[in-house]
Design a protein around this ligand. Structure first.
Ligand code: BGP
Length: 480
């Protein structure tokens, strides 16, 4: 097909923990992102934040800090109180869909509570009604790192099998309450990121397990089972709901055409990306994963019932976030899945994220060829340091350039035959960064005047990119 489908969902995506704030309001429990500490001496282009793998002692230290300004996600952009006004701006932007998450700890403050927290549900009743009221299709993520902290400290996170039932119970509450309003659900945000995010994604404290890597794969098995069981519950409640599997795509290129570079790069892509979608879409563990476990001597406990439910309840659509591509060399990068090289042929943002629009077209083709199910781009965008001028303008031509190139690549992929139904640029309104916990890494079409230390007027201003995206949507991708 040439051009975007008629009912294409042009959207935007945020996550509860990065925008809502109100971390202690409405009966919400403490959750993992509430402890995401902002390092004022952050090395932006360096490795990810030191807290992506957490120890019990570091967690205790963080619990003793009572200054909220050091934890920007606790206040976010105060979306909990401003969502009506913020969503009005999203409506003005012309969004056809809006992706956000439900914060698990608002619904089950401790994860293991007997009954859901009605006040938390009430907030999402209003939020979802507002999204729908503005004519936007809500896309709801059920787990965007918002694991109740009690599940981490009392149960050891997703490594513990008991967490499956807690998650499914929480999902059921949401499905029952919102099935008539929410069609598209993403069960777990970026389910593949476990090789960099053992704490955020899985709630594992690394000193509490014998072998962290093995524990991660046990935990991910529990997430797979939980997703299929949640999906089973969803189908029983309302067959019209669609369940998506989502990964973070950073497809690796081989550094050279040397067969070793090509093959070991392929293997890296298998275990860091395809493994997750193979299980959730094809419904079984691929041979290369069993081999990976065997060669590492991992003993992953899985029952026959687990494998049966994984087989029966597979994802209805595939979603992925796309920010950058990666590069791999057999000789230089043999220290695991996250050991990669910088691609000298690509420019990068100051956070070191390479800019590669063709990589997006490549990934869309790759996944669609493999799975042939409807696809959604759940996140994409350029994090940048924006400047608010004295007359309250934000001239973010660099963002327009980035998005233009990516939207053009998507258009080509649709012409290639990919069945893509939604595109959700990340953070259509500025929110706190996920990886570096700072406000300064901005993605929005709307600027939010809040600084890293929480100061600022909190006012919202439209950036130059606002009018650009508005026109892209209005013309259904004809004017880019
Ligand atoms: C993804 C997360 C998002 C988001 C995005 C950008 O990994 O799903 O939550 O924030 O990355 O990352 P950052 O905010 O650190 O730039």
């Amino acid at each position: 097909m040439k051009g975007f489908p008629k009912k294409f969902l042009w959207g935007g995506a945020v996550a509860a923990n990065q925008c809502e704030g109100a971390w202690k309001e409405g009966g919400k429990g403490l959750s993992v992102p509430d402890l995401d500490w902002h390092n004022p001496n952050l090395n932006r282009a360096g490795k990810r934040d030191e807290d992506s793998e957490m120890t019990s002692s570091r967690l205790e230290e963080l619990m003793k800090i009572h200054d909220d300004s050091q934890f920007p996600k606790r206040n976010g952009i105060d979306f909990y109180h401003t969502y009506k006004e913020d969503l009005r701006l999203m409506h003005e932007l012309g969004l056809k869909c809006f992706r956000t998450s439900i914060n698990w700890a608002r619904i089950f403050p401790n994860g293991d509570d007997e009954k859901p927290n009605e006040e938390g549900l009430k907030f999402y009743d209003d939020l979802i009604d507002t999204i729908v009221g503005y004519g936007m299709e809500p896309i709801i993520t059920l787990f965007h790192y918002e694991i109740p902290l009690n599940i981490v400290t009392k149960y050891g996170g997703w490594k513990n099998r008991e967490v499956i039932d807690m998650f499914v119970k929480y999902c059921k509450v949401c499905f029952e309450r919102y099935h008539s309003k929410v069609k598209y659900w993403i069960l777990i945000n970026q389910i593949n990121l476990i090789y960099v995010e053992s704490f955020n994604s899985l709630g594992i404290l690394c000193d509490r397990v014998e072998n962290l890597e093995e524990a991660k794969y046990q935990a991910i098995h529990h997430q797979f089972v939980a997703c299929s069981l949640a999906q089973k519950a969803a189908k029983e409640i309302d067959e019209n709901m669609k369940m998506g599997v989502m990964i973070s795509d950073h497809n690796c290129y081989a550094e050279t055409a040397k067969p070793e570079d090509v093959f070991y790069t392929y293997q890296k892509n298998q275990m860091s990306q395809m493994f997750y979608t193979d299980v959730r879409i094809r419904g079984s563990y691929p041979g290369y994963a069993y081999r990976f476990f065997e060669e590492k001597n991992f003993n992953i406990e899985m029952t026959e019932e687990d494998l049966a439910v994984i087989k029966e309840y597979t994802a209805d659509f595939m979603a992925f976030s796309y920010y950058y591509s990666r590069m791999n060399s057999y000789e230089k990068n043999n220290k695991g899945l996250n050991d990669i090289s910088k691609n000298p042929l690509l420019k990068a943002s100051i956070w070191g994220w390479s800019i590669d629009p063709l990589g997006l077209r490549n990934s869309l083709n790759l996944y669609y060829d493999r799975y042939c199910i409807p696809m959604m781009i759940a996140e994409n965008g350029l994090g940048a340091l924006d400047e608010l001028t004295e007359d309250y303008q934000i001239h973010d031509g660099y963002r327009i350039d980035y998005l233009r190139e990516h939207v053009l690549a998507i258009k080509e992929a649709i012409y290639d035959g990919v069945d893509l139904f939604a595109y959700c640029p990340w953070g259509p309104i500025d929110i706190v960064s996920c990886t570096t916990n700072e406000m300064s890494k901005r993605y929005g079409f709307v600027y939010v005047d809040i600084n890293d230390d929480g100061t600022g007027s909190r006012k919202r201003y439209k950036k130059d990119s606002f009018a650009w995206y508005q026109n892209v949507i209005r013309s259904n991708g004809e004017e880019i």
